[in-house]
Design a protein around this ligand. Sequence first.
Ligand code: ATP
Ligand code: MG
Length: 282
Amino acid sequence: MCRIITVANQKGGVTKTTVCQHLSYILAEEGRRVLCVDFDPQTNLSATLLPDGQAPALNISGIMARLLEDQDLPTPSSYIQRCGNVDLIPGSKALAKLETNLLTEMGTERFLQEILSPLRPHYDYIIIDTNRAASPLMTNALTAADSVLIPICPEFYSTEGLTDLIASVLKNRRRLNPGIEFEGIVFSRCNLRTNLYRTTRANVENAFCDEIRVFKTAIPETVKVGDAISRGLTVMEYAPESKASIAYRAFAKELISYAEQSAPAQRSALHVLPGGGDRRVG
Ligand SMILES: Nc1ncnc2c1ncn2[C@@H]1O[C@H](COP(=O)(O)OP(=O)(O)OP(=O)(O)O)[C@@H](O)[C@H]1O
Ligand SMILES: [Mg+2]
């Protein structure tokens, strides 16, 4: 059964794209059929994954534009590109402009869901990279998803956007996508020995662990990740023995074990943020 995971955090630079790239690579290596969707107008995931000069005729913005004009969906071969061991629907900077039309046209919240639903039989996982803002694009990404994976970095303000994002997911569940679950929170780009990491982790666990899983594995900070990405590689390919490579594998294993056992565990009773939300973390 296909699981569509939206990787989201309204805060920028918290390794959303890196998590999409690395998680997808390992899932595929583990024999799962994986489709990545670059749903961020920055197109960082496409830049990392797409081989030079190769791009399908259409990208995600082109497909969405067709739906805005009430045209039929194009054939998947016109917008899906094989990139190493995963498939990709490339992003486009034009997605930013298209977002204005999503705001003014009626019934656009389910466009991404419409695009991805027919692809479900062909994949075990569809991983969606998102932009940093609460926006019509984010609404589409949440409405299309079975679950939300939230990467966070241990910084002083790292939990600030977390309550807003969780509130958006809960609102989406009430209004548009009753089946949406939390895949969990993964700590990333961490210096594991610092008090900042320990304190942030403790705050997040205290605030949310009854309702949202915090993955045991944290991804350590290392320059090897940036080095790998700049070469269009994952850290597993570039530095297989590095701590980040080992951690990414452990994280993916954890995610597979939860995602493929029984999803209802994460169908938490959380419907509204208790205690007003914001006061729970920080
Ligand atoms: N484990 C890590 N160690 C060190 N640097 C990392 C690690 N993971 C990611 N990075 C670096 O952190 C930066 C931000 O990562 P990334 O682009 O994935 O974040 P993002 O949340 O997708 O950002 P945006 O909000 O702009 O889309 C990148 O330069 C990336 O190379
Ligand atoms: Mg990104």
